[in-house]
Design a protein around this ligand. Structure first.
Ligand SMILES: *Cc1c(COP(=O)(O)O)cnc(C)c1O
Length: 651
């Protein structure tokens, strides 16, 4: 069980909006604040993607993608990847670095790498490598399997492959294999002994390595990944060890192998000040090392560029107070200034941004299939002769409630409810009486919350009751699979209905998923004024489809998702923009998610054995005359069909 989420007494004030327009939807869901220009609402009230971010550019209506998926019988929930956003993010980062380097008259070149741990999916990595080819954009790997993939994916001899993370001999050997293929594979030393192992292997194989040194710099970030920096960080060499490494390489006459200086102070860095500090500190270390005879060529600032999940553009943990342009300018100008002061050459710049490249490109689309509402029961609470006094008292409280006494009534009603549970346990209260009492209690609470909502000075206790009583919308997905960071670290993700944005939403809701886990819910949302525990959604019309999207799930969420309750991976569609198509898009690829048999097989069940066993059991009941033969065949077929079908709820 994770730590409880903070409770807020802040709410979206829907009553204040009289004439609802799509602009209000944009404001309430903060679409242009987190969307970086890629998302917009059309006149029909549908959420659209604007992949070129140009005013009259092509627009992809996400609901049209949903409709096409329905035609193709692709069930929800589904991940939709917008490959054009991925490409645009790669191009944008590279262009910004190039332009800034030129403008600053910086003499080094930018050689960015994409850290594949952020989203290792082959199609994602392929798209990034392809979009980055004109800029010699490379890859970063942090483990053996990642390097195995990166070596095959990054065949560009002019781009870098940076290898981070702890390494064994095989991993080091793989890096040297890359060198033998003419690639620029740089092994970043995280731990001193890796250097000794690497040089021994180099001697054995006769392959000269390219070496990077990761420093534990003193600058620490704030936010959720603060422990990646500072003296107690898990990775990197202390200043003492770095000097020792340089000395060692000198002693074996291999200083020329030393190419790169690296630091990485954590992910989702919220505050630009931390970035400035880290560049200043890192640049000084680089310059001093250069003067010590380590003729480093690359200055690798790591990753950590944050994204605006909550739209606030602040230094809150789910946000950042800087743009890519400001980040790049700080890296280039601070590095230049320090190098010029220290009189050392400008190095090439490497950055390892992952989150900022991939977060926006994918979303999870799920259908809301129902709501849990409290206080809407229609139970007959009419007075009967000789009813229990507790029930009578609750009925009286109900008639007494006014805007003035709601706090008192709340205290009395809550006490009465507690007493009624005790009375029930003693056998004094009947089931019917308990049901009546609770029905009235929740009606009273609804009234109390309504009064409190209109009261400027409403007590926090009552406002928190409003959060607790909010409708829970049931969504066909698992947060453990699709949005693990909302559960694990309280990350806020933007959530928006994909349609009806021209209609005013009237319900304040929380979201619950289909796992059998009370943590399987989302109850922290963005708002213009800061986090809230409820979000505005439309009233569900019985039977009508209602689709919502969880956005910015492209970084880390896919791979960190788990199989809680055996739900497994989602269906995916990969969408590309095509300005010549009437819809402005086409679905390039459909990747089906897990069937029940896949997930079960990964847990050592043999699907065929399961089916055989069940068939034998059905046959036995047929033999005993408990099930008719025809029905037996149907039941066996049904079980097998379920094994072969998608794990999530069928609509
Ligand atoms: C995780 C990681 C990155 C990527 O960080 P983002 O915050 O996603 O940009 C880059 N470099 C290293 C060494 C990492 O461990």
């Amino acid at each position: 069980m994770k730590t409880p989420q903070p409770q807020f007494t802040r709410f979206h004030n829907l009553d204040a909006i009289k004439e609802w327009t799509t602009q209000d939807a944009n404001d309430i869901y903060q679409i242009s604040r987190w969307g970086e220009g890629y998302f917009t609402v059309n006149d029909k009230g549908d959420l659209c993607i604007n992949p070129t971010r140009k005013e009259n550019g092509p627009l992809i209506n996400i609901m049209e993608v949903v409709e096409e998926m329905k035609d193709k019988k692709i069930p929800f929930p589904t991940v939709i990847r917008f490959h054009d956003i991925l490409r645009a993010q790669v191009t944008n980062l590279n262009k910004t670095f190039r332009e800034t380097v030129e403008e600053a008259r910086f003499t080094g070149t930018y050689y960015g790498v994409y850290p594949i741990k952020v989203n290792q999916m082959r199609e994602v990595v392929e798209e990034i490598v392809d979009a980055g080819a004109p800029y010699n954009y490379g890859l970063e790997a942090g483990s053996k399997p990642e390097l195995i993939a990166a070596l095959a994916m990054n065949t560009n001899q002019n781009s870098l492959t940076v290898v981070n993370g702890y390494k064994d001999r095989d991993l080091l050997r793989l890096a040297l294999l890359g060198i033998q293929l003419g690639r620029k594979v740089i092994v970043v030393i995280e731990k001193y002994t890796e250097l000794i192992d690497l040089m021994a292997l180099a001697q054995e194989t006769g392959v000269e390595p390219l070496i990077g040194l990761r420093a534990k710099i003193a600058t620490k970030s704030s936010g959720k990944w603060a422990s990646s920096g500072g003296d107690y960080a898990k990775f990197g060499l202390t200043i003492t060890e770095i000097l020792q490494a340089v000395k060692y390489l000198k002693s074996i006459d291999k200083t020329h192998c030393l190419k790169l200086f690296h630091f990485h102070i954590g992910s989702q860095i919220p505050d630009i000040k931390t970035i400035k500090d880290s560049i200043s500190e890192g640049a000084r270390i680089y310059a001093k090392l250069y003067k010590e005879g380590a003729k480093l060529e690359f200055f690798d600032v790591g990753g950590g560029v944050g994204v605006n999940y909550d739209g606030t553009r602040s230094n809150s943990p789910s946000s950042t107070n800087y743009t890519t342009k400001e980040y790049v300018a700080d890296v280039v100008y601070i590095l230049k200034q320090v190098c010029d002061l220290e009189d050392v050459p400008h190095p090439n710049i490497v950055s390892e941004s992952g989150r900022a490249i991939t977060a926006h490109h994918s979303c999870v689309v799920t259908n809301v299939f129902g709501a849990l509402e409290i206080g809407n029961e229609t139970y007959n609470v009419d007075k009967v002769v000789s009813e229990n006094i507790l029930v009578t008292n609750m009925r009286e409280l109900q008639t007494e409630l006014t805007e003035k006494n709601y706090q008192d009534v709340f205290n009395d009603a809550t006490k009465l409810k507690e007493e009624s549970v005790a009375a029930f346990k003693f056998g004094i209260l009947s089931l019917d009486e308990r049901a009546k009492l609770e029905t009235m209690y929740w009606k009273i609470c609804k009234g109390i919350v309504d009064h409190a909502s209109k009261d400027e000075y409403a007590p926090d206790e009552i406002l928190l009751l409003k959060n607790q009583m909010a409708s829970q919308y049931l969504c066909n997905f698992s947060i453990f699979q699709s949005a693990p960071d909302t559960w694990a670290i309280g990350q806020i993700l933007p959530i928006v209905p994909l349609h009806k944005l021209n209609e005013k939403p009237t319900e304040l809701c929380t979201l619950v998923d289909i796992t059998c886990d009370s943590d399987g819910k989302i109850d922290t949302f963005l708002s213009a004024d800061g986090p809230t525990n409820t979000m505005p959604l439309h009233k569900l019309n019985n039977g009508d489809d209602y689709y919502i999207g969880l956005f910015m799930t492209g970084a880390y969420q896919d791979i960190m998702g788990d199989n809680h309750n055996c739900f497994g991976r989602l269906n995916e569609v990969h969408v590309f923009c095509d300005d010549d198509d009437p819809t402005d898009f086409y679905i390039e690829e459909v990747i089906y998610g897990n069937k029940a048999s896949h997930v079960l097989a990964s847990l050592q069940y043999n699907p065929e054995t399961l089916a055989q066993t069940m068939k034998a059991n059905v046959d036995l009941q047929v033999k005993r005359g408990k099930i008719r033969p025809r029905e037996g065949v149907d039941l066996t077929d049904f079980y097998e069909a379920c094994l072969k079908s998608y794990t999530y709820l069928k609509k």
